[in-house]
Design a protein around this ligand. Structure first.
Ligand code: ZN
Length: 123
């Protein structure tokens, strides 16, 4: 929990705007250059994951059966949307939930997930 700097009301850590007075909870000053660098590297690692699975798909397409190709597409069905969601959130300076970060760590890219968890953009 954190407190609104204007009215002092207790608000959710994830809140972007105070529900009581409507003022912005925490301006972007908390997100320094270190955070931006972490986010940029995390985005690159997520793209690398997309690229790796796309290569796996192409290799399967060339060498194996249609079924194997389709199976190799399954990870892409969440890796690509998660990468898009993360890029959008970073672009709009929206906070990224811890759940999303952990899912990235487990299912998309370990390094990107760790970088996101190091990035305290919810403060
Ligand atoms: Zn307030």
């Amino acid at each position: 929990m954190k407190y609104c700097s204007k009215c002092g009301a207790e608000i959710m850590d994830e809140a972007y705007v105070c529900p009581h007075c409507g003022c912005k909870t925490e301006p972007e000053k908390a997100q320094g250059n270190a955070g931006n660098t972490l986010r940029t590297i995390a985005k690159i690692f997520m793209l690398i994951s997309c690229g790796m699975w796309a290569v796996v798909f192409l290799i399967y397409l060339a060498l194996t059966t249609i079924l194997a190709c389709l199976i190799s597409l399954i990870p892409l069905s969440w890796i690509i949307p998660m990468t898009v969601v993360y890029w959008k959130k970073v672009a709009h300076h929206q906070p990224v939930g811890t759940g999303f970060k952990v899912c990235t760590l487990l299912f998309v890219n370990t390094i990107a997930g760790i970088l996101m968890l190091c990035d305290n953009n919810n403060d």
